[in-house]
Write a protein that binds this ligand. Sequence first.
Ligand code: CDT
Length: 329
Amino acid sequence: MTHRITVAAAQLGPIQLAEPREVAVGRMLRLMEHAHRRGVELVVFPELALTTFFPRHYHERLKDMDEWFETEMPSRETAPLFDAARRYRIGFHLGYAELTEEPDETGRLRKRRFNTAILVSPAGEILLKYRKVHLPGHAELDPARRVQHLEKRYFEVGNLGFPVIRAPMGKVPGLNMGLLICNDRRWPEAWRVLGLQSVELVMLGYNTPSTNQTPGVFEAHHLRVFHSHLSIQAGCYQNACFAVATAKAGVEDGCELFGHSIIVNPQGEIIAQAGSWGDELITADCDLEMCRLGRTTVFAFEKHRRPEAYRRIVEQVGAVEPNVWQGRT
Ligand code: CDT
């Protein structure tokens, strides 16, 4: 019984505003073919992989944004990806904007929009769906910003939790797989919820501006990449899992997104990294036995976790000020 799988991050270069889905899908098909030739068994595409990163564009009415959303999966435009999966016997992960009609918390059926990722089996079946929980940015037009980041306007907070599925993938009879999307990678809580389901491989895509666009704020470029890698490497180490983290990169609509896609092992080491900000496939052979060390020693959760001391994590959202020392000075 094998415990090895060859995985790939299929980084995409920029997708411009006027580019139709067929162009992006054509590029993804070339990457899948390339992956097949390199013996890859699972390919990870980025967040919102079918279009430009449209949350940088403001529209007053939500329904004017519907053209950016998928109402079915697979659709006419995305079906070739599912066909390629079956042809090459490769699984894939895809991020896209999802428009669905579902009951809300009150039971009323209405249009709902999510930033979504799916995991598709080599037989072309959807194994797992995740809707992004940590939505960055803002909901209203911010005239002080040069570039908007309107995820909080266009998407609802994901309502599927952080699911993990065990399924055959490649030659591995059962692999525990979980999904995050972009900003989620910065939140240790998200990783730990996956870790608590014995995740062995986390897949995530991202669209991350290479500069901090908050007005009046400066952040050094290299630190933006460092913080992305730091979060993913820490998530892998602390939860004894592998991760494939894939960028949409380059200058899109005049805005720069960084690349630096990576594959990380359970020791937190980067074992493959993209060297361009364009379409690029990076691959790694993952020995899933490597997950065992962390989860049977330092991070044997069942022995060492102390949830009774972590209540604040789920009962409180923002930070509060600590007690002030009342001793003599
Ligand atoms: N797409 C996405 O989540 N991007 C964010 C940018 C943060 S700045 C608003 C990220 O965390 O990479």
